[in-house]
Ligand binder design. Structure first.
Ligand code: THU
Length: 157
């Protein structure tokens, strides 16, 4: 047997190192945390996607007493974009989160497995990677495509 080594690259950045488009998308994700409906977890997540037509679309987590019925911020934003601009590729997604005390996360949070699977579908559908910006007040993670977050993913059969 031999080991199969899988490599992921994540850049660590500060806000001022990013482009104005990237910074604006992060600000939209931060603002979207205020729209979150998180009465159960009190963890408010915001996401914003930047489309190839220049539009930004936001989303945020929406919880439900039947826990499985809720949705994460990332899918909320991606599905909203798909509903409004069905044929427009997503170029970037920014994600931010606010804790129960109202403070923004110091370190970035990372999308759950289901959201990663949804991002892979969008990348595959439009044949282009989605840049991912994970915001934290201390540092920002910049990831060139979802494959760096989900190696050996299931894309087709
Ligand atoms: N959540 C997101 O919206 N995105 C993530 O990347 C992780 C978790 C939400 C789901 C739930 O409403 C709350 O955060 C706590 O898990």
């Amino acid at each position: 047997m031999e080991d199969l080594m899988l490599k992921s690259t994540i850049k660590v950045a500060q806000l001022e190192e990013l482009t104005t488009t990237e910074q604006a998308l992060i600000h939209s994700a931060i603002e979207a945390t205020s729209n979150s409906y998180a009465v159960y977890s009190h963890f408010h997540v915001g996401a914003a996607v930047h489309l190839a037509n220049g539009e930004n679309v936001i989303g945020c987590n929406q919880e439900n007493v039947s826990f499985g019925a809720g949705i994460c911020a990332e899918r909320s934003a991606i599905f909203a974009a798909g509903a409004q601009y069905p044929d427009t590729p997503i170029e970037m997604i920014a994600i931010a989160a606010r804790k129960a005390d109202g403070q923004l996360q110091e370190l970035p949070i990372s999308p759950c497995g289901i959201c990663r699977q949804v991002m892979i579908e969008v990348e595959t559908r439009f044949h282009r990677p989605i840049q991912i910006l994970l915001f934290g007040t201390k540092e920002i993670y910049v990831i060139n495509g979802i494959k760096d977050l989900m190696p050996l993913s299931f894309t087709d059969f």
